[in-house]
Design a protein around this ligand. Structure first.
Ligand code: LFR
Length: 486
C-alpha cells in the first residue's frame, strides 16, 4: 500500500509533482516540486528537452523521499500529439520535435489531397489540427523512421524510462488522429499513409492500468521512494476532464491552461456532418467516455504577451491592469493561425487590429483586456455551437485549470454566454491524474463518487450571468468571425 499518491503533470510551459491523500473523504493536495518547460530551437527544429524533464521528476521524487515517504504511487500526464522515436536498443533517436514546430504547416492539405478529410474524420472523429501526430509522422525523416523500433507518446516514453515497460495509453493515442473509432485500434490505412506499422506502437492500454515499478537503479542513484507507476489518463486534458467537478445538469467543461479546451463528456462519439464542419474532436476519455471538444488558443496568447513585456508583470498584475480597461474594444479571432507561434505576440495582435480597422491595444492593460474579452467571446460562441450540434442546451460551464483563477474572464464568459460558470479547481489536471490512480487502487469506487469528492474538497466559485450587460456583443462577434475566418 502506497503512503501517498503523486501526480506528475507536465504542460507546455511548466511541470509539477503534486502529493495527494484522501483525508476524511476529502482530497488534500500539495505541490512538492515545480519546474519550467518550453521548447527550444536546436538541430533544425523546435524541440523538447525530454531528458531534463525526466531529471526534474527524479528531483521531485527525491524531495518526496526526504519528506519521509517510502512508498508512493505515481501517474504521469503531459500534453498530447508529440512522440519519441526509440531504436531497437531502447534508446531515443533524437529529442522530440514540438508540435508548434513549423514542419507541418500545409501538411493537412498535402495528406488529404488523396485521402479526404471526411474519410479521416468518419474514421477517427478527431479534429484537424496541423500538429496531430498523423501529420508529424507524415513529415518525419524517413531514415529515422526506418531505424525506429517503437514510437512512444511523450508520457508513455517517460513511463518507459522510469520502469522499462512500454505501453500506448488510449486517451493520448486518440490525439494522433490515427485510432479507428470502430475498431479501437490504430487504423492500418492511416498508418500506411505515414509509413508506420502497428508493431511500431507499444500495445494499447486503457487509462487506469498498472505500468510497473520504478527501476531499482534509479531508486539507488537518486535516493527515491519505492514507486509503483500507474498508467493514468496520460493526456493532460483527459486528466483535467476527470478532475472536473461536473456541476450542473448538462455541463460543459473548459480546461483553461496554455490551451483552452472547451467541450463536454459523451458516452458515444459524435462524428456527424455538423461536428465535422465545426471541427469538433472526439478524443478518448477515461472509462469509455469521449471528450467532445475544441482547441482554442487560450492563455498561450497571454503567456506570450507577458514574455514580450520582458516578464515585468505577473499574470495576476496583468489581470488587475485589464480590469481597469473597458472590454470588447476590438473583436479578434483568437484561433487565427497567426497566433500559433509568432515571433512577437504583441506585434501580431496589433497588426491584426490594424488590418481589421479596429482600435489598436497599446498598454499592457489594454492588451490583456483585448485577449480576455475575446477569449470569453470565443468560449460563449462555442457553447452556442455545442448546443446546436448536440441539440440540447448546455446549462453550466465548469472552468478548471490556471485560467479558473481569472475572475474577470469567468464573469465575462458567464454574462455573454448566459450560463452559470463554476470556476475551480485550478489543479484539476493533477487531481484527475490522482483520481485515476485512486480508482485503480480501489480507494475510490468510481468517477461519479470521485467528482463528488472533488466538489467537496476544493473551493469552487460561482459566476452568474449579469443580465442585460453587453447587449448584442456575441452576435456582433459571430458575424465578425463569419467575415474574418481564414
Ligand atoms: C493541452 C494539450 C491539448 C492538445 C495540445 C497539444 O495541454 O494537451 O489537449 O491539443 O496540448 O498537445
Amino acid at each position: 500500500m502506497a503512503d501517498v499518491y503523486v501526480a506528475v503533470d507536465i504542460g507546455a510551459s511548466s511541470g509539477r509533482l503534486m502529493l495527494s491523500k484522501l483525508v476524511d473523504n476529502r482530497l488534500v493536495i500539495e505541490e512538492v516540486h515545480r519546474f519550467k518547460n518550453g521548447f527550444v530551437h536546436y538541430q533544425g527544429h523546435d524541440r523538447w528537452n525530454i531528458d531534463k524533464l525526466i531529471e526534474e521528476i527524479l528531483i521531485g521524487l527525491n524531495k518526496i523521499k526526504e519528506a519521509g515517504y517510502h512508498s508512493v504511487s505515481l501517474g504521469i500526464d503531459t500534453w498530447a500529439v508529440d512522440y519519441v522515436l526509440v531504436d531497437g536498443k531502447g534508446k531515443k533517436l533524437q529529442d522530440p520535435i514540438a508540435y508548434r514546430d513549423t514542419r507541418t504547416q500545409g501538411s493537412i492539405e498535402k495528406l488529404t489531397s488523396d485521402l479526404s478529410k471526411e474519410y479521416i474524420y468518419k474514421k477517427t472523429g478527431i479534429q484537424f489540427l496541423d500538429f496531430n501526430t498523423l501529420y508529424q509522422l507524415f513529415e518525419e525523416d524517413r531514415d529515422l523512421l526506418a531505424k525506429t523500433d517503437k514510437i512512444m507518446m511523450i508520457p508513455d516514453y517517460i513511463g518507459y524510462v522510469l520502469t522499462g515497460n512500454s505501453v500506448t495509453e488510449v486517451t493520448n493515442a486518440s490525439t494522433t488522429q490515427m485510432l479507428s473509432l470502430r475498431e479501437g485500434l490504430f487504423d492500418n490505412h492511416l498508418l500506411e499513409k505515414v509509413n508506420v506499422k502497428q508493431s511500431q506502437f507499444p500495445k494499447l492500454v486503457e487509462a487506469g492500468t498498472v505500468l510497473g515499478d520504478l527501476k531499482q537503479k534509479l531508486i539507488k542513484k537518486y535516493n527515491l521512494p519505492k514507486t509503483e507507476v500507474i498508467t493514468v489518463t496520460t493526456h493532460d486534458t483527459a486528466s483535467a476532464v476527470v478532475g472536473t467537478p461536473g456541476i450542473g445538469q448538462r455541463w460543459a467543461y473548459l480546461s483553461s491552461g496554455t490551451w483552452s479546451l472547451i467541450g463536454t463528456e459523451l458516452n458515444t462519439p459524435e462524428n456527424g456532418t455538423k461536428a465535422f464542419k465545426q471541427n469538433y474532436t472526439n478524443e478518448w476519455g477515461a472509462y469509455g467516455t469521449y471528450r467532445f471538444l475544441k482547441n482554442i488558443m487560450g492563455l498561450w496568447i497571454i503567456q506570450n504577451i507577458k514574455h514580450n513585456l520582458d516578464d515585468k508583470y505577473s499574470f495576476a498584475q496583468l489581470a488587475e491592469l485589464a480590469k481597469k480597461e473597458p472590454p470588447f474594444q476590438q473583436l479578434i479571432d483568437v484561433n487565427d493561425e497567426r497566433f500559433q507561434n509568432p515571433d512577437n505576440m504583441i506585434v501580431q495582435i496589433q497588426a491584426y487590429c490594424r488590418e481589421t480597422q479596429q482600435k489598436v491595444p497599446e498598454t499592457p492593460g489594454q492588451l490583456a483586456m483585448a485577449v480576455y474579452s475575446n477569449l470569453s467571446l470565443y468560449y460563449a460562441n462555442e457553447l452556442a455551437i455545442l448546443d446546436d450540434i448536440l441539440e440540447y442546451h448546455i446549462d453550466s460551464l465548469n472552468i478548471v485549470g490556471g485560467g479558473a483563477n481569472v475572475a474577470l474572464m469567468n464573469q465575462l464568459t458567464a454574462t455573454i454566454s448566459g450560463v452559470n460558470v463554476y470556476a475551480g479547481p485550478s489543479e484539476a489536471t493533477a487531481i484527475g491524474n490522482i483520481i485515476v490512480q485512486m480508482i485503480t487502487k480501489g480507494d475510490i469506487l468510481n468517477i461519479y463518487l470521485a467528482r463528488r469528492i472533488i466538489t467537496n474538497s476544493f473551493e469552487i466559485k460561482e459566476f452568474k450571468p449579469e443580465n442585460g450587460k453587453y447587449p448584442q456583443v456575441l452576435q456582433k462577434y459571430q458575424s465578425f468571425l463569419k467575415d474574418h475566418k481564414g
